[in-house]
Design a protein around this ligand. Sequence first.
Ligand code: ADP
Ligand code: MG
Length: 379
Amino acid sequence: MSEGIVLQNVTKFFAGSDRAAVSNLTLNVEPGEILALLGPSGCGKTTTLRLIAGFERPDAGSVDIADATVAAESTFVAPERRGVGMIFQEYALFPHLTVSKNIMFGLRSIPRRKRRDRLDELLELTGLTEFQNRYPYQLSGGQQQRVAMARALAPRPHVLLLDEPFSNLDTELRLQMRVEIRDLIKQLGTTAIIVTHDQQEAMTVADRMAVMLNGTVQQIDTPEVIYHYPANRAVARFVGQGTFVPARITGDLAESDLGQFEIQEHGPQDQVDLLIRPRDVSIEVDPDGVAVVTQRTFHGAETTYVIQLPCGVQLQSSQPSYVSIAPGTRVSVRCNRARLAAYGDDARVALTKPMSFGGMHVDSPFDIGNDTLHVAGSD
Ligand code: ADP
Ligand code: MG
């Protein structure tokens, strides 16, 4: 049996608002896959999880879990019958119950005689055996989270839904728990959706991530493709840092302050914007250079510069910090052509080029020959 999740054209309105909290959302999670649902606060992430879990009913569209339709126009399966485990930001542990009793709560549906064995298995799996008789207030944040995981996993759910699970932890513990929870989910092979507004977190834990803005999924793909090939300007702005540099199209050349680029098959537009990440820009002191350093920020391993281009755009550049260039200095700028993506007026992907990360090839619908940029039509 496949244990994936499929949402088709799901829309949800809340009373009192004429804007959909979730709007025509289509999403699939493969069996055993961890999907990160990434988006800013208020974009509809929690509502999406609640629609999957059955705490909300969609106004339109359908939800399938493990090949069974659980919500559609004339179907609604109750939350407790969906095989969904859910973990909330605040863990929602029972303060008056021990670790064991909290986990036992997740075992109500299995025969009494089997509970103790399953409990021991879960305690072992989450490293909580020695803490089984403690109360939640006697545990660290990370241990409390493990209890919440064990309780959610207890009934062997088809799918696990985690809503901002790391946001109550301090930075160091958060980094550690990300890896721990990811390993645990992978070890069990459970299909999971992890909601977060933190892009680092999404990239660290996810097999694929879905970028959600204004109630709808803008792009769903591997973290690598989303970072390097944002599907539109909104995703490019939300994920990673970068600057848009305008380029004018004449014939088959796009001309910008960063040089000329050959382009192919562009639509009627005569202007595109090149998305440039700080790491892909290098600067060098040059009295004849086109740009001027306006800001320098030291971060330890690297220094970030802001440089003003002739077109007025303030471009960011990350450099190893053993070189230091003072604000006011004139510099020449080079950017890594292999890392460029570009966008037309209509906010769709307009041009980009093939790339590889440390030998790993990324399949992209925009793959073309090596030294040219590709501009898609604006259809
Ligand atoms: P996120 O989890 O991404 O921060 P939510 O799914 O919680 O976003 O909320 C999406 C939108 O729906 C927000 O505008 C929020 O105010 C609204 N919303 C969420 N839950 C309710 C509710 N029960 N009643 C009315 N509006 C709600
Ligand atoms: Mg939320």
